[in-house]
Design a protein around this ligand. Structure first.
Ligand code: SF4
Ligand code: SF4
Length: 263
């Protein structure tokens, strides 16, 4: 039987069947205090959901609500939610009644007050002094928390993106080329711009993609994100997956380049 965890056990990691106590509600005296001055990394699925909830394009969302950051170690770009620029440093979506985008809230907000690096081991990211919900008595297993907060929806996509997301740990060479960083950012976070790139360039001349996949990604953002993960796996690691390169296109390109060099 697993012991119940307390937030001051900062070093102890929990797994899915460990338990903790927590309840957040509007009557609690710290209500909304955690929705300000906080660094929230957005997952690719978060951008899709938030931009849909707000009725704007992913490009508009990134311009208005996000900052781009780049890992110093790998050069991999990521997106964080932009807090207000005034002293309050509030999340743009917090209201007096709580989260204004609750159904579409980001992964990190769903997981709070827990945090995880690998999706298997969890720890508290706050203590009982800051988060009074941790003094309440409602008991959760980590797994029930994950399920009820909708975190399991992220598992499949994370699995698909794991090569790219794990690049921080596995790449020896830093991505220094801003064009490469922009390409990764577009594929992972800017689904509308990536769709433009796929449908309005010579993409389908270079790659043979089955017609049912083409139809699916035309409208379905999540399918497009899976497609983008395959494309990144190919572009970054040479793993083709269901992308088939059009040999004739490649041969023609080669002839064009060689011809241009000779003349
Ligand atoms: S998205 Fe919602 S839950 Fe997350 S910080 Fe903003 S207001 Fe709070
Ligand atoms: S600090 Fe904890 S209890 Fe207070 S509003 Fe945030 S999550 Fe809820």
């Amino acid at each position: 039987m697993k012991l119940k965890h307390q937030p001051d056990e900062t070093e102890s990691l929990m797994t899915w069947d460990d338990t903790f106590s927590f309840r957040c509600h509007p009557a609690i005296d710290c209500f909304n205090s955690c929705c300000r001055d906080v660094t929230i990394f957005l997952a690719p699925l978060d951008v899709i959901r938030l931009r849909r909830a707000l009725g704007i394009t992913s490009t508009e969302f990134l311009e208005k609500y996000a900052h781009r950051v780049v890992s110093q170690h790998s050069g991999l770009p990521a997106i964080i939610l932009r807090m207000s620029q005034d002293e309050a440093m509030k999340c743009p979506f917090v209201t007096d009644q709580g989260c204004g985008v609750y159904e579409s809230r980001p992964y990190s907000c769903r997981l709070y007050p827990l945090d995880t690096d690998n999706g298997i081991e969890f720890k508290f990211m706050v203590d009982t002094d800051r988060c009074h919900g941790l003094r309440e008595t409602e008991e959760w297993t980590v797994e029930r928390w994950r399920r009820e907060q909708g975190l399991i929806d992220y598992d499949d996509l994370d699995h698909n993106l794991k090569d790219v997301m794990a690049a921080d740990q596995v790449w020896e060479e830093k991505i220094a080329d801003p064009r490469m960083q922009d390409m990764i950012l577009m594929a992972l976070y800017d689904v509308d711009r990536f769709r433009e790139f796929v449908f309005n360039t010579s993409f389908f001349e270079k790659f043979k993609v089955d017609a049912d996949i083409v139809e699916k990604i035309r409208e379905d953002d999540v399918a497009m994100l899976y497609f983008a993960s395959q494309w990144l796996r190919f572009a970054l690691f040479g793993k083709k997956g269901f992308l088939k390169i059009d040999r004739e296109y490649l041969e023609n390109k080669k002839r064009e380049v060689l011809g241009a060099k000779r003349s």
